[in-house]
Every structure is written in C-alpha cells, then in structure tokens.
Write a protein that binds this ligand. Structure first.
Ligand SMILES: [Zn+2]
Length: 415
C-alpha cells in the first residue's frame, strides 16, 4: 500500500461533498469548496479533510504533499468511452473534412464496421498495448475512472476478447475501468440479411457468457437509425436486465427514435447522447430516475451544431453527467477538460454544473457514488492537483493539460 500523505496548501479543495445521491437542479452548482484546504490520506483512502488550520495539528508521520496554492479536486470519472479498438479512422476524419457525412461514410462500409474489421484481426495482447497508451491519455488529463464499452468485436469470441482486454487494463494500469458489454453496437456484415439472427446470438450466447465470466457490469445498446430498432433494443436490454446487468442506452443521437423513452421504460441507469431528445422524453427520464450522459465532444468532432439540451434537463431536475465518448470515429477525444469547456460554451452549463456532472454524478451513474466522485472521509483517494488557482480555469483556459499531479488510491502516478 501507498505511504500515508498529508495534502496541504490547496487554494481551493473542491470536495463535492453532499447528500449520498446524485445531484440535481440547483445542487449541481454546489461544489463544497474548502479554501486553503488540506486532507490526510491513509491506506489509499481519505482519513480527514478540512482547512489547513484543522489538519495541520494532526500531522505525524505523513509525507507532505504541498499543492503550492493550486486547486485539488476528485479525479474525473468518464462515464462513456469506447477505449479498446485497433487502428484509427483518420482517413474518415479527412473525408468528413472534405464534406462527407458520418452516415455516408458508414453506408460505404466505413465507420464502426471498419474498426470492427481491424479489431477482429488484433490479438488481446495488441489491444492491451494500445489500450495502455490511451489509459495514459486519460490519466494525463485528470481522469481516474472510465466506463469502457466493448462493441468492436461483434462475434462471441471477439467481444470476449475485448472485455478481457478491459479487465487486464483495469489490473495492469492505474486507471479504474468499469466494463460494459456493447455487442449491440451495429449489426455485423455477416448478419446483414438476418438481423434477428444477430439479436438471438447476443441474447442466447453472448450475454450468458459475458455474465458467467463476470466480464461486464452493464449492457448497452446503440438504439438509432442504422443501428438497432426499439424492438431489437428492448429484447436485448430486457434479457441483460434479467441476467442482473445494469443498463445504459445510446439514445436519440442521430434521430428521435424512442431510445430515451426505452431507457425510462426499462429503468436504465443512463440514457446517453440525447442530442434529439425533447421535453416529453426529458419528463419520462425524470420520472424513471434515469441519468442523462451528455457527450458534447462527439457533436463537436462530427461537425454538428446540435448539442443536447442540457439546460432543459438540469432545470427538469435530471442528475446530468458529461463524458467524452472516446472512440476512434466520432469522438477521438480522451480529455474531460475539453468536455468541461464544451459543456459551458455549447451547452450553457456553468463550470460548477459541469464539474459536478464530470465527478460525483458520473460516479453515481456507475453505481460507485459511495466510493469515488467526491473527496470525503472514507472515499478512495483518487484526486488531481490542477495547476490553476480557481476551478473555473479548468474550462476557461482550454486546449492545455492542467493536471500537475494525479493520484490514484493515494499513489502518485508518473505521467
Ligand atoms: Zn458511445
């Protein structure tokens, strides 16, 4: 275990302490900041937290970490990523720059299918190798936990290979991974004329194996035009729920197809994307207690103008989350710092709302609200010293990496 630490001289210690539940409405603006804050860390957890005057008399054998008047906050929790894939789609990025749309590229055999082809050809060791590189990107930008989806295999063996890669990344890197099975990402080419055959394969073979091997906590479905219909999505998600998995849904990204309503109907943990979602769906999400996960970097990188209506969601009392959607096609963006900037500039979330959405609310959306997402006694000491003197600088000075030191389980990571 790591040595015991005393973290002192934090101009703002942004604790996000508060009620034991996701934060909604006006609560999202309350960061519970301690000026000139300090904390004691033992056995990788927070032992005490308070002002310097409260903590300093307690110093005994602690190794002192002098934050130097910088700000300290919980590690970001990125609640929506696709970080295990082979190759990249830089050619399609160039095609989009020349005017092609995401849908046109996908229809021509590009998009997710091109990544599937390359990921199937890769070994588990190769995927671990590239995954480790991306884990460093996450850590370097201040993220300490990611939700990680499969979905570039689309055969039983290839989906298992990806989920085993995620398990290895969790064990072999400092970053924490929360695994999600996304066998229903797209219908693979070999099932083109037999969609129901692929849905059967997911339900009858993939899901039972994933669950019996303990490889996923959540099941996700890409529910949209060109992906899976409402009926197909309902069958898959209901089967996953029966097997004890939590649910997340790619919903209403490209079309208003009923994905958010389905998430509400099935009591999913989250409905993600929601670019097309309107007031009726927002009200259904609220009634069902579903958390919206907003992914502004994918809107930006697709060159679209249509961001989800974060203001309406927050005002309706939804406990909003923001995430990167890191993936090789629509969002090659691992940085939650960039997402914070987009949240404020494009979705009109205040910096405080965005920070809540990137930490404690994200933790609750992953069933880990009691473990991470805020700096409170007993919680895991996943925190980051950012080279800023005011938390609003995180979103304001953009395009640079603010993290000065990153700690996971009370241990400083070499970045
Ligand atoms: Zn996604």
């Amino acid at each position: 275990m790591s040595r015991d630490l005393a973290v002192l001289n934090c101009s703002q210690l942004i604790t996000l302490s508060g009620p034991d539940r996701p934060r909604a409405g006006a609560e999202m603006r309350k960061l519970a900041i301690i000026s000139d804050g300090a904390m004691l860390i033992g056995d990788g957890r927070i032992e005490r937290i308070g002002t310097r005057a409260e903590i300093e008399p307690l110093l005994a054998d602690y190794e002192v970490v002098d934050a130097g008047g910088r700000i300290v906050l919980p590690g970001f929790i990125d609640a929506h990523t696709h970080p295990v894939f082979a190759g990249n789609r830089i050619d399609e990025f160039e095609m989009r720059a020349s005017g092609a749309t995401y849908q046109e590229i996908a229809a021509a055999g590009g998009g997710i299918r091109s990544t599937v082809k390359r990921t199937r050809a890769a070994t588990e060791d190769e995927l671990v190798e590239t995954g480790k590189r991306y884990s460093q990107w996450f850590l370097r930008t201040g993220t300490t936990t990611v939700e990680a989806k499969s979905g570039y295999g689309l055969t039983l063996e290839d989906e298992l290979k990806i989920l085993r890669t995620i398990r290895r990344l969790n064990n072999e890197t400092p970053l924490h991974y929360v695994p999600t099975f996304l066998g229903a990402h797209v219908v693979p080419d070999e099932f083109k004329g037999n969609r129901s055959g692929y849905v059967d394969l997911i339900i009858e073979e993939m899901l039972p194996r994933v669950v019996s091997e303990g490889l996923a906590e959540y099941c996700d479905v890409f529910c949209d035009e060109g992906a899976f219909s409402i009926e197909e999505s309902r069958r898959i998600l209901a089967a996953a729920k029966n097997l004890g998995l939590g649910l997340r849904v790619h919903a209403d990204q490209l079309t208003l197809c009923g994905g958010a309503d389905l998430a509400a109907e099935l009591g999913a943990s989250t409905a993600d994307h929601l670019e097309q979602t309107g007031p009726a769906e927002i009200s259904n999400l609220k009634s069902a207690g579903v958390q919206p996960v907003l992914l502004p970097a994918s809107v930006l990188m697709l060159g679209s103008q249509r961001y989800p209506d974060a203001r309406a969601m927050i005002e309706a009392g939804l406990a909003a989350v923001v995430a990167t959607d890191f993936n090789p096609g629509s969002s090659p963006v691992p940085s939650m710092l960039m997402v914070l900037s987009l949240a404020s500039t494009q979705m009109k979330m205040t910096p405080a709302e965005a920070l809540t959405a990137a930490t404690i609310n994200a933790a609750y959306s992953l069933g880990r609200g009691n473990e991470i997402g805020s700096l409170e006694t007993g919680k895991r000491a996943d925190f980051v010293i950012h080279d800023c003197s005011d938390y609003r600088e995180l979103a304001y000075f953009t395009g640079i990496e603010h993290p000065f030191e990153v700690y996971v389980n009370g241990q400083k990571e070499m970045l």
